[in-house]
Design a protein around this ligand. Sequence first.
Ligand SMILES: [Zn+2]
Length: 309
Amino acid sequence: MLRVVVLGAAAGGGVPQWNCGCPICEAARTKHPQLRRCQASLALSNDGDHWFLINASPDLRQQLIATPQLHPAPGRLRHSPIAGVILTNGEIDAIAGLLSMREGSPFTIYAHERVLAILKSNSVFDVLGEKNVARKAIKLCEPFEPLLPDGSRSGIEILAFAVPGKGAWYLEGKADPAGKDIEGDTLGLRIEDNATGKFFFFLAACARVPDDLKSRITGAPLVFFDGTVWRDDELVLAGLGTKTGQSMGHIAMSGETGAIAALGGLGIGRKIFLHINNSNPALLPDSAERGAIERAGWQIPEDGTEITL
Ligand SMILES: [Zn+2]
């Protein structure tokens, strides 16, 4: 049985974001704490004892406290059920949580060599020494099975593939430690439990949905998909910034080329938005935008939601 826990559903900054006074952040900070979301990450397991994280957000410590499935086993002085972390990009909201895992428990980092190059070029990540924390390169379109800490097989098969996106924003205009080729900066994942054949897709960053991606996810039982913005120019319209969703490598939920339209009619069993920015009105349960996504068969999860497949 594949178990998936949503550790966080928000985009970078979370909800509320520390320096944001927009109506959604203000409501989350005061009258409506149920709006609060940590930055996007999932935990998954097929045995309930060993878990793998997809991305390690800056909120990881808070997420681990709130998630009993990820607490040390009873009676163990030092232990974590986290066997590995799979990174799908090199953004701060995907990698900064690694620094909260520096106290000597063994685990493995799996990432594309471009993201591994970013970690290697930032000496602060050397705090995760090779003795305890192995780093393994993910190759595109070659399935791999993450291992348990004793080297045994996990029974989980992960296939990573490149999706339209962009490199980490803090590297814009700078020499990229992995060179110029951008393929591998943004990964989508297909994750399958070998024993049951059950699977799901993780696509928390995706700039558009080309036909080959549509074919790949057609008929999937569960897809987590990029829900950063409701409309592409929402940050600009709200006076919150100058960047569009597209300029940040994210597709909008709405519009003719948006996620709702692109994934409509593909026969996907369950569609869940992740990486939702605090500017996105679909976060508000009573909004017209939330109504529209729900009518189209989409969900916005609460942090801590567990789904079994
Ligand atoms: Zn805000």
